[in-house]
Design a protein around this ligand. Structure first.
Ligand code: KE4
Length: 426
């Protein structure tokens, strides 16, 4: 496959942009080779600068649940643009967006718009600390909540792939207030709560992990966390940046029937434009400026252009609940095809899937937390990744990521992917 323009652009880009990319995972560091530079997305396909076509299973890391550039989002954005992009003043669309979010996610009584998932999770922790007047937080090793300092302690996703559980630049003082538990291990949480009685403001987790690759919680684990947080007065934060509007209209909390105290969103909520949001109980959210003392702000928060894209995406979700059955059907077919391939090839690599989030781990042991995920052979993943890329299938360039399917994937796309999967593993 000719990727000469991508190679040239990468060389050029590295002179001006650290690593030639604006987000580390895009640099292909953990799979090797030259990243392909994309020129256009349409439906289930991406087209690179050399004109090569790919079936896309990243979907911009989650936002494109309807595929690239769906007409109803494009039209909404172009229409909004007629009136301007951003005013730095309140607009009707922001009120409508907040009402729509609260109608889709019952646990959200009030919500604040921001510009990324990182801003959402960072702000949710700050308001939880302000509300409880406590300083410590619990997060889980392998979970990634964006790049705010207090999360980059055994972060998953990029930092995990680079094998640096702690990121340079995070101060010891910051790290002291972040307690690390093990996913699917309630005892590790009970232990931390015992050691830090009355000092923990919040517990934050990915209700389904995407950033170790897909890792699914047990029911006991989730119910146990809810009980502990209720008993200890700890703010229970669901980081649904990935799972929100992805697993169901009401996200993972609808799937598991768990009510968190706060929820963070990103990705799908912006319809492909930069939008994040955090919300939850009124009594917590009312602590936020200008109502309360906890400060949080943003020049472009809730800007009309991004709201138009997000509102179009969430309205489509509200009006078409059947998309989740369609996504289930497509992803189930993909998984079944993969399992048949593995059977034929005599390989027992682990596939974890929930809804349209799926990962295949190059380990034959079950994957249910960071330690078990790390048993995966990342060199084998890299070989598989390139085998798929050479066959026109665009997967996450790292073992510790979720694939995302879209409603735009055709039966032919899925069958081609299953065939490529067999060949790339042979
Ligand atoms: P952003 O700041 O990247 O919008 O969101 C941070 C974030 C927060 N919480 C969860 C559960 C997330 O998955 C993310 C971001 N996800 C990564 C994918 N592993 C984004 C891709 C990237 O970093 O380039």
């Amino acid at each position: 496959m000719d990727i000469s323009k991508s190679i040239k652009l990468f060389e050029e880009g590295k002179k001006y942009i650290p690593g030639g990319v604006n987000s580390p995972v895009r640099a292909f560091k953990s799979v090797g080779g030259n990243p392909v530079f994309m020129a256009r997305g349409e439906g289930s396909k991406l087209f690179d600068v050399d004109g090569n076509e790919y079936i896309d299973y990243i979907g911009s890391w989650g936002p494109h649940i309807f595929g690239h550039n769906p007409p109803f989002i494009k039209e909404a954005v172009l229409k909004a643009l007629e009136n301007g992009s951003s005013f730095g003043a309140p607009t009707e669309m922001e009120v409508e967006m907040a009402k729509l979010i609260t109608s889709l996610v019952p646990s959200i009584e009030m919500v604040r718009m921001v510009n990324s998932g990182t801003e959402a999770t960072m702000s949710a922790v700050r308001v939880a600390r302000g509300y409880t007047n406590r300083e410590k937080i619990i997060k889980f090793e392998g979970c990634y909540h964006g790049h705010a300092d207090f999360f980059l302690i055994k972060a998953g996703s990029g930092a995990l792939t680079f094998g640096q559980p702690d990121s340079p630049g995070v101060t010891k003082g910051t790290a002291n207030d972040t307690l690390i538990a093990r996913y699917n291990d309630l005892d590790s949480v009970i232990e931390l709560v015992k050691q830090n009685k009355g000092e923990i403001a919040a517990l934050i987790l990915e209700p389904v992990v995407g950033n170790m690759g897909v890792v699914i919680p047990t029911e006991d684990f989730m119910n146990g966390l809810r009980e502990i947080c209720t008993k200890e007065g700890i703010v229970f934060i669901f980081d649904e940046v990935m799972t929100g509007f992805r697993l169901a209209q009401g996200g993972a909390q609808e799937v598991f029937g768990i009510t968190p105290d706060m929820t963070t969103f990103g990705k799908i909520i912006g319809g492909g434009l930069p939008v994040g949001a955090f919300g939850g109980k009124r009594e917590i959210m009312e602590k936020l400026a200008p109502m309360g003392p906890v400060y949080q702000a943003g020049t472009l928060s809730g800007n009309p252009l991004a709201m138009a894209a997000g509102f179009a995406a969430l309205t489509h979700i509200k009006e078409n609940p059947g998309i989740y059955d369609l996504l289930e059907e497509k992803t189930d077919r993909l998984e079944t095809g993969f399992r048949e391939n593995l059977e034929k090839l005599g390989k027992a690599y682990r596939i974890n899937r929930i809804g349209s989030m799926i990962s295949m781990f190059f380990t034959e042991q079950p994957v249910y937390d960071l330690e078990s995920a790390m048993k995966s052979d990342t060199a084998l993943y890299a070989k598989f990744f390139h085998g798929m890329l050479d066959r026109g299938i665009y997967l996450p360039p790292a073992q510790f990521e979720s694939w995302f399917l879209s409603t735009a994937l055709t039966d032919d796309d899925i069958e081609r992917t299953i065939k490529a999967h067999y060949e790339a593993l042979s």
